[in-house]
Design a protein around this ligand. Structure first.
Ligand code: AMP
Ligand code: MG
Length: 299
């Protein structure tokens, strides 16, 4: 692997990271239409292909080494491109090495547990990548924008007293710290789309019969809460970007750049893990030598 190219990946990612402790104001700090002037659209396709190849290569080593798991968290407002990002970025990876979990409105059974329970069930095992298409962050996003959802969680009074959201941010940070300490690395991507681009994409879904299946009147109704969502995203980014699991704000108005940036962040984390093929111990080597002799004797 070329050191220069990994350096390129890191340069691409650097402006997207939310430094821990930084107070984020989305409209001021992150332009949804941003793209790296160094990469052209054609250059991006080539870089994406390279990044995907690298990702696939590292995924094999991650599985062989069997020490680390990788959790990729993707959050965004409707039509920001979560599904298509997952489809493109993971296109080169062995399907047996990746699980995608799409979190929907919680069931009664899920609501009867603590708020992190259902996410804990879906964590990657060692050697695997899990993608959370929506995640535990919904618990401080949609639930914050619609407080009636918190009422459905049947929390005891002391759990909803005072600043529930600050407590949840802290609980999420601690949970992620515990995961990273145990070898489950956490990569977090927020796809940042503009209100104008979301409008165009909704209209496109209405106008193109092959996209009708993606259209949801509920998503359009949710657009009325745009400002409340932006505030919830800002609070989430400001309070849950940590040294062990920082947020990346992926500019999402240009899909070609969003895909490249998402692939770069995930690939870079695998490069950081740098999983190695296991070295066999003496007993395993002896067994293998014996097996070879047996197989050769057959011929
Ligand atoms: P989609 O991703 O478009 O299939 O929609 C899934 C829906 O589930 C979205 O409207 C989310 O806001 C909602 N959802 C996901 N997680 C939660 C949660 N923890 N509490 C309430 N609603 C949720
Ligand atoms: Mg939806």
């Amino acid at each position: 692997m070329s050191v220069d190219r990994v350096h390129e990946l890191r340069e691409l990612i650097a402006p997207l990271v939310v430094s821990p402790g930084r107070s984020v104001h989305l409209a001021r700090d992150f332009d949804p239409a941003f793209y790296d002037g160094q990469v052209s659209k054609d250059g991006a396709a080539e870089a994406l292909a390279w990044s995907i190849e690298l990702l696939s290569d590292y995924q094999i080593r991650l599985a062989a080494q069997d020490h680390y798991g990788l959790l990729v968290v993707i959050q965004a407002i409707d039509a920001a491109g979560k599904d298509s990002t997952i489809k493109h970025v993971m296109s080169g990876v062995n399907p047996q090495g990746v699980d995608v979990h799409s979190f929907k409105v919680p069931s009664q059974h899920e609501l009867d547990h603590d708020f992190l329970w259902r996410y804990q069930q879906a964590l990657p095992e060692r050697g695997k990548i899990a993608i959370f298409n929506r995640s535990h962050y919904e618990e401080v996003l949609v639930v914050r924008v619609h407080p009636e959802l918190l009422v459905r969680q049947h929390l005891p009074p002391e759990a909803v007293e005072g600043d529930v959201w600050s407590r949840r941010y802290q609980q999420i940070n601690r949970w992620e710290h515990y995961l990273v300490d145990n070898g489950i690395r956490v990569v977090k991507l927020f796809l940042n789309v503009s209100k104008g681009e979301q409008r165009r994409r909704f209209l496109d879904r209405i106008d193109d019969p092959t996209k009708h299946w993606k259209f949801s009147a509920a998503d359009v109704a949710e657009r009325a809460h745009w400002d409340a969502y932006q505030q919830a995203f800002e609070a989430m980014l400001s309070h849950t970007s940590t040294e062990w699991a920082p947020w990346h704000v992926i500019p999402a108005d240009h899909k070609w750049f969003a895909r490249l940036a998402a692939a770069a962040v995930i690939t870079n984390e695998l490069v950081r893990i740098d999983p190695q093929f296991p070295v066999l111990d003496d007993a395993a080597r002896t067994a293998m030598a014996e097996a070879r002799r047996g197989l050769q004797a057959e011929g």
